[in-house]
Design a protein. Structure first.
Length: 264
């Protein structure tokens, strides 16, 4: 990983920070609200009473959820802009979260064995050094502690993803391509549930494609023992609320969840 790659990620997310915070807090991120975060919570071991570090906390919505689940939480993110929004939310409605600007892929500045759990929701695929993140998580955890993270499923969310449709426009399949293409790129997109007609600049999100082996081998080589792997589907209720979720229930996996522990 180069310092330049980290600087690029920080710059992109600083540019995204204001619009991202606005959109998330206005409920436009329906994937998070109805699918990815509920699935993460269901997979997560109990965290009440634990000292928890959130890798890639963004503007802090999920971090605050962890605090309300009874954990003592610290959130870190490489974006100064996102951390400022997170801190403002803590001032307005305190839940006991501390925030710090730091990269999760290098020395975060905390002493070794400072935490019982390291959590990360839909952030680790957006950093250039996943191996570094796992090594730092291992250093920060006490023996017996665990890391739990969610990422876009690398086997299905590939650089060459395309949906297949029939003559009536119905989605019938998912084509994955360029699975082994690890070239980084910047993806430009907006939340699909934003109000129509609003003129906003799309987010610029750096992507760092990896294979499933890249993810799991990095977890293992850092010293962790993998305890659980999940590939959750959206619930039927979520699919009724957001019909396009059905693609990820019937045709391919959107999400990969991993829980691993630092051996005692």
């Amino acid at each position: 990983m180069t310092d330049q790659a980290q600087e690029e990620v920080a710059a992109r997310w600083n540019q995204n920070a204001d619009q991202w915070t606005n959109d998330v807090r206005n409920g436009y991120d329906v994937y998070r609200d109805l699918f990815t975060f509920p699935a993460f919570q269901q997979c997560l071991p109990p965290i009440a009473g634990l000292e928890v570090l959130d890798f890639g906390c963004g503007e802090g919505s999920n971090t605050r959820h962890f605090a309300r689940m009874g954990a003592k939480v610290t959130g870190i993110d490489i974006s100064q802009g996102l951390i400022e929004h997170a801190r403002q939310a803590e001032v307005a409605d305190p839940v006991g979260v501390t925030y710090k600007v730091a990269s999760y892929s290098s020395d975060t500045g905390f002493p070794a064995s400072s935490f019982d759990a390291v959590l990360s929701t839909m952030a680790l695929m957006d950093g250039p050094d996943f191996q570094g993140a796992m090594c730092e998580a291992y250093r920060l955890l006490r023996p017996g502690g665990f890391v739990a993270f969610s990422v876009l499923h690398p086997c299905f969310i590939t650089p060459g993803l395309q949906w297949q449709k029939d003559e009536h426009g119905r989605t019938t399949g998912l084509c994955v391509a360029r699975y082994f293409d690890r070239s980084s790129f910047t993806e430009h997109w907006k939340f699909g549930n934003r109000p129509t007609g609003e003129n906003v600049v799309p987010f610029a999100v750096p992507r760092f494609p990896r294979t499933i082996g890249d993810y799991l081998n990095a977890v293992a080589s850092a010293g962790f023992r993998i305890r659980r792997i999940e590939e959750p589907q959206p619930t039927e209720e979520a699919c009724k609320t957001v019909p396009r979720f059905s693609r990820w229930r019937d045709l391919g996996a959107f999400l990969l969840l991993v829980v691993a522990e630092r051996p005692i």
